[in-house]
Design a protein around this ligand. Structure first.
Ligand SMILES: Cc1cc2nc3c(=O)[nH]c(=O)nc-3n(C[C@H](O)[C@H](O)[C@H](O)COP(=O)(O)O)c2cc1C
Length: 368
């Protein structure tokens, strides 16, 4: 089967991956309400097409923190790409670079920051961090990111601990032998390898390593350690968006972590407009969660996002086709976005404004 949709990439991946890895990728926290709500939320809007507009040369190219992108999109930070494919993040880096997409590398990447950079020299790439208790380890990562030409740092702030992911608890999920967080001391991640019935190695590990005591006041510590732009991921209220700007943050990613952290957290499109309105226009607001079609990306842009990130579908492509599979996923999203821009009579990104959307249906039932 040649996959024509992201969902078809998912079917191919599911056929390839061991069930416990599929569950780790796919699962959310708690009752998985937020995970399902993410998928439903993009269907709460319809596109308002304009007609008799010259759409002969649609253009979705853009620039983000000085890097050119073929479309306003990127790969969300995700841990351990080697669970999907032996080439791991190096394959994803090649795919993202060839597709003209931003790559956000997770602190829990299974290849080193330098290997990933060497796989796609000159490509747009940021590093995502969690706030580790070990601040020396954090500082060392910042230095390495700067030296390997990462263009921004993303601090994920929705994870004082890992959410209660029932699939992983039931599967006693742990990192398989031979796989590690390549950028952290082996000792720092050894607990992620230990499993026991009803427990998850990933959850144990976060309990030991993540610092749940940090507050806005601590941001200054990180801010002082780098000149790179600092982006906060996991902001879901206008109040926190304003605080972020006050504390010197350069951009935001509106995200509920793919429904993997607080179950009951809103899907990003529900809160994106209030956040976009709360921050100055020169602070890019990105978004992720449940993007499965180019139309979803068009809707994210119309709600005010500067770019949107794709998560699980990239791992699906990687799992069944390595770098080519991941690239096919990203190319499909860009092609579908261009298609949408043509058919909606909105051939430039500037045309995708809030007038491009209307709510649908007017009285929606809550997602099940
Ligand atoms: C397998 C997996 C691992 C993830 N690891 C991280 C991570 O290390 N850091 C982080 O900030 N977010 C992580 N996320 C969350 C993603 O960055 C993103 O918010 C989410 O997956 C987007 O939703 P989508 O998968 O529906 O596109 C992870 C998500 C998945 C599915």
């Amino acid at each position: 089967m040649v996959p024509l949709t992201l969902a078809e990439h998912g079917e191919l991946a599911k056929g390839r991956l061991p069930a416990v890895i599929w569950d780790f990728f796919e699962g959310g926290a708690g009752a998985e309400w937020s995970r399902r709500a993410n998928l439903a939320a993009w269907r709460r809007h319809v596109l308002r097409p304009r007609v008799l507009v010259d759409v002969s040369a649609p253009d979705c190219g853009t620039e983000l923190f000085g890097d050119r992108l073929a479309a306003p999109f990127g790969v969300a930070p995700m841990a351990y790409h080697q669970l999907a494919h032996p080439d791991g993040e190096c394959a994803t880096a090649r795919a993202a670079s060839e597709a003209g997409a931003l790559l956000i590398v997770s602190i829990f990447a299974s290849r080193t920051l330098e290997q990933i950079a060497a796989a796609a020299p000159g490509a747009a790439r940021w590093l995502q961090l969690y706030w580790l208790r070990d601040r020396e380890a954090l500082t060392a990562l910042v230095r390495r990111a700067e030296q390997a030409d990462y263009r921004a740092l993303v601090l994920t702030v929705d994870a004082p601990k890992v959410g209660r992911r029932l699939r992983d608890l039931r599967n006693a999920f742990a990192l398989p032998a031979g796989l590690a967080a390549a950028n952290l001391d082996a000792e720092l991640t050894s607990s992620a390898r230990q499993s026991a019935t009803g427990r998850s190695g990933i959850e144990e590990h976060s309990r030991q390593q993540f610092d749940p005591s940090i507050t806005w006041a601590d941001l200054a510590w990180l801010r002082q350690r780098t000149r790179l732009p600092l982006v906060l991921k996991g902001v879901l209220t206008a109040e926190d968006a304003r605080l972020a700007v006050e504390h010197g943050v350069d951009g935001l990613i509106v995200s509920n972590h793919g429904g993997r952290q607080l179950d009951g957290a809103p899907p990003a499109p529900a809160v994106l407009p209030e956040i976009v309105d709360a921050v100055p226009a020169d602070h890019p607001v990105l978004v992720d969660g449940g993007l499965r079609h180019g139309t979803d990306l068009a809707k994210a842009l119309a709600l005010g996002a500067r770019a949107a990130l794709v998560g699980r579908p990239v791992l699906w492509g990687l799992a069944h086709g390595g770098a080519d599979g991941a690239r096919a996923v990203l190319d499909l999203v860009r092609e579908e976005l261009l298609d949408t821009m043509v058919l909606a009579g909105r051939p430039t990104l500037a045309d995708l404004d809030r007038d491009a959307l209307a709510p649908w249906p007017a009285t929606a039932a809550a997602p099940r």
